[in-house]
Design a binder for this molecule. Structure first.
Ligand code: AMP
Length: 444
């Protein structure tokens, strides 16, 4: 089955072609037809499955007909990054349709948003809090909404947005199409879906999707060896773009800082950064000017960088869900990727839970030339969690290596180690030129 079978308008099909989509993903195959028919849909699919286009394409098709210049579709997302991402997809797929989309989220000045809303967009992609501000100030009119999307509903619930969402719903026409996308279905989301959707069709994409495209591996290690092990893993030349996850904002900052000092082109993405800093980090990572992004779960929500080759969990996530979300960043849309997790003894229960959910045992790997027994004095010590939590210095999205000292400059010897294991053929073409280390002369 191909995109032609959806009978989308030629102006939309040109966007599909421009984005290089040839075959619809499973969620698109299942969700697009009922959404085109105007049905309410619950989509159980995580990020990386193509869910955004699954709702954006039918929305564009619907909005081509009817009034222009008023907000007819509202997409609510948990984070600004996801909102920007969805807006970007909407603009690119709808480029030839002349339908307009605007984003609305907190952390930035309201005035430009008000001006854009006055500019008569048909689609608003919003985070709940700031949207409520606009509703209260009467700077957005939602009385013409025909399609509402709640994207990543489980994450909105995790972030405490459900009360805001219920408030927003009071300002929408009761007669509308509602689409709810969520990776999981906790009871509160089930209740919400029951309350606000009418006879919804449920489409479900198997949670095992990352399994088919991502190779998982665990690297058991003592906590104080984590930084050294991370550096070892990063030495492998066969990498394009690496997303490193930490448990806290402070650790994201300190790990990124440490990588920069070691000469890597890295930055962090965490909640203490201003919106501009976050956007700069994301844009830099997307364009490839930062090869490594160290992020927390919440900050990384919605990151869509199609060339991420490795996700490295510096810290084990707190839930199985967070694990699948994190690794959903690599292996996106049927590309292959690697997901590595540094685990300590404290993570054993979570490892078991992940293995149970995935239905398979994860490979344990040990680097042959890594001294697992050395004391922290012989290794670059990891910042202990408590200490790093007190470490409030903000590093933001500073240029990588801007304060690189001479003794922290990287050594550029080629390593024969293969910490990344046997590569799949899709990566075979990568030369050492794609190594994540920066060249000698750059970024002074
Ligand atoms: P999403 O799950 O919406 O975040 O999408 C994940 C990635 O898959 C994005 O980079 C999309 O541009 C890409 N994508 C979505 N649909 C398709 C498709 N049918 N073919 C190829 N790539 C796609």
């Amino acid at each position: 089955m191909n995109f032609e079978s959806f009978n989308l308008h030629p102006s939309i099909m040109s966007g599909v072609r421009e984005l290089g989509y040839v075959t619809p993903t499973p969620i698109q195959l299942q969700a697009i037809p009922p959404i085109l028919q105007g049905q309410d849909v619950v989509g159980l699919a995580q990020t990386g499955t193509g869910k955004t286009a699954a709702f954006v394409l039918p929305i564009l098709q619907r909005l081509l007909q009817g009034q222009r210049g008023c907000v007819r579709s509202l997409i609510i997302a948990p984070t600004r990054e996801l909102a920007e991402q969805t807006h970007d997809t909407t603009q690119r797929l709808g480029k030839q349709t002349r339908l307009r989309s605007v984003t609305v989220y907190g952390g930035v000045n309201m005035t430009p948003q008000i001006q854009k809303l006055r500019g008569k967009a048909e689609i608003v992609v919003a985070c709940p809090g700031r949207l409520l501000d606009h509703i209260r100030q009467k700077t957005v009119n939602l009385s013409h909404i025909e399609v509402l999307v709640l994207d990543e509903a489980d994450r909105m619930f995790d972030m405490g947005f459900l009360p805001d969402i219920r408030k927003i719903l009071k300002h929408l026409p009761a007669h509308r199409q509602t689409l709810l996308f969520s990776a999981t279905m906790p009871d509160d989301i089930r209740r919400l879906a029951h309350d606000i959707l009418r006879n919804p069709i449920t489409v479900q994409i198997n949670h095992t999707i990352p399994l088919t495209t991502v190779s998982h591996a665990l690297y058991p290690v003592e906590h104080h060896h984590k930084n050294t092990l991370l550096m070892k893993l990063l030495k492998h030349p066969d990498t394009e773009s690496i997303l490193v996850f930490t448990r806290t904002k402070q650790r994201a900052m300190s790990v990124a800082q440490r990588l920069k000092k070691a000469g890597y082109i890295a930055t962090s993405l965490q909640g203490n950064m201003s919106q501009n800093q976050r956007q700069a980090a994301l844009d830099g990572f997307r364009k490839g000017s930062f090869k490594i992004l160290v992020a927390t779960d919440i900050a990384a929500r919605g990151i869509d960088v199609s060339h991420i080759s490795h996700v490295i969990n510096f810290d084990m996530p707190d839930t199985v869900d967070a694990y699948t979300h994190r690794i959903g960043r690599t292996g996106r849309a049927a590309k292959t990727g690697d997901a590595f997790t540094l685990t300590t003894q404290n993570d054993n229960a979570m490892v078991r839970a992940i293995e149970n959910t995935l239905g398979m045992k994860l490979e344990r790997r040990k680097l042959e030339d890594f001294d697992y027994t050395s004391s922290s004095a012989h290794n670059t010590p990891a910042v202990p969690l408590q200490q790093s939590q007190r470490h409030h210095r903000r590093t933001g999205a500073k240029r990588a290596g801007s304060h690189m000292s001479s003794d922290s400059k990287p050594r550029y010897h080629r390593t024969s180690e293969k910490p990344f294991g046997k590569r799949r053929s899709s990566h075979a073409g990568h030369s050492s030129g794609s190594s994540v280390r920066k060249p000698h002369s750059s970024h002074s």
